[in-house]
Design a protein around this ligand. Structure first.
Ligand code: GTP
Length: 345
């Protein structure tokens, strides 16, 4: 079973993290983000994933390699971004898709454990042209809203529109598509949006929804990245993470934190050090981060290789980019962004 994983976006909303690390391999609870999705695909029988990449493709390849727990990983690298449908056309033209059978496509920035096998079964049983997984969310404003008829057929595809939505069901970024959709509806050689240009074309011609109520989140914004982190640490999202400690925190190998207070719900990456009397609370440190003494990091993200001096305060929703240096005594205010490699303070 083959899947196409769309993972070539620039991830602008996750800057400054994505200025140095492409979103698919930004660490989430200490693991490259995409590895959670690959685990989920493998649980549902996918043994061959074609990663459609553009932005910082080599960095993704360098981290994930050519195999993930027995699943073959192949790479399709776009010279120019082809959007969310263009990569399917390119893959078909390059002979990288199976000759027959439906095509499974997933957006590479979701964390979920819904029953993908059931979606695939529904697709073949209904003989649909396309089957879209539909998550239920409280606030639909930043998603494609998908109302369906009683029969399950999609009624409309309302991409990120203002105003009250007719349903709380949204496009969860997992599609099963008949091969004809790619061959007939996706033009070659330019960026094509599957949400804006392809789905509206097949509404009324066999496009079905697959509603589910299991865990689903897209990690495309800092808020949701933190929410996904807390959900993984607290076990609300299924994963193969190592055991958390009694504060629901994860402290990875070779990190020194003995004089500090870590937790609750925090992640300390590999080879970090946190000095005496410092506090890391509901916060994430990626790998190789150093924090001096008497510092406090709360509800914030500190990227790989950053250095924080003594008596530093990092307030909620701040993000410190990779390799940045925060001087002793500095306050990184709530919501601030420190660029990679910058000197702050
Ligand atoms: P933002 O810049 O923060 O909006 O993030 P993004 O670039 O990832 O865009 P968005 O979250 O809307 O993309 C949804 C999914 O499609 C993500 O998994 C992206 O990696 C992927 N994606 C978006 N554009 C492209 C593209 O041009 N090519 C490929 N291969 N994937 C894309």
């Amino acid at each position: 079973m083959e899947a196409v994983v769309l993972a070539g976006g620039e991830g602008t909303r996750l800057r400054p993290l994505t200025l140095t690390t492409p979103k698919p391999v930004v660490p989430l609870a200490g693991r490259p983000f995409l590895s959670f999705m690959l685990d989920w695909l493998a649980r549902h029988g996918v043994d061959d994933a074609l990663l459609a990449l553009g932005y910082k493709a080599e960095a993704v390849h360098a981290v994930l390699g050519d195999e993930h727990h027995g699943m073959r990983l192949r790479y399709l690298v776009e010279e120019e971004p082809l959007g969310t449908a263009g990569p399917l056309r390119l893959a078909a033209d390059e002979g990288m898709l199976a000759e027959s059978g439906p095509i499974l496509v997933v957006n590479g920035d979701c964390l979920t454990d819904f029953d993908l096998s059931a979606q695939l079964r529904q697709h073949s049983e209904t003989g649909a042209t396309g089957t879209l997984a539909l998550a239920a969310v409280e606030d639909t404003a930043s998603y494609g809203v998908v109302p369906t008829k009683e029969s399950g057929e999609v009624e409309a595809f309302l991409e990120k529109q203002p105003g009250p939505a007719p349903t709380n069901r949204i496009n969860a970024g997992t599609y099963v598509l008949d091969r004809s959709v790619v061959d007939d509806l996706i033009p070659a050689g330019r960026a094509v949006s599957i949400e804006r240009e392809v789905f509206p074309e097949i509404v009324g011609s066999g496009l079905y929804g697959f509603p589910f109520d299991s865990y689903w989140i897209d990690i495309g914004t800092p808020d949701r990245y933190m929410e996904a982190t807390y959900d993984l640490l607290a076990g609300r999202a299924e994963s193969e993470l190592p055991r958390r400690d009694e504060t629901d925190s994860l402290i990875y190998d070779a990190s020194i934190t003995s004089g500090a207070r870590i937790g609750p719900l925090s992640v300390i990456g590999r080879h970090c050090s946190v000095g005496d009397r410092s506090v890391i609370e509901r916060a994430v440190l990626h790998d190789d981060v150093r924090v001096g003494n008497d510092s406090v990091v709360k509800e914030a993200i500190v990227a790989t290789g950053a250095r924080l001096g003594d008596r530093v305060r990092v307030e909620p929703d701040a993000i410190i980019g990779a390799g940045a240096v925060v001087e002793s005594g500095a306050v990184v205010e709530s919501g601030a962004r420190v660029e990679p490699g910058a000197a702050f303070g």
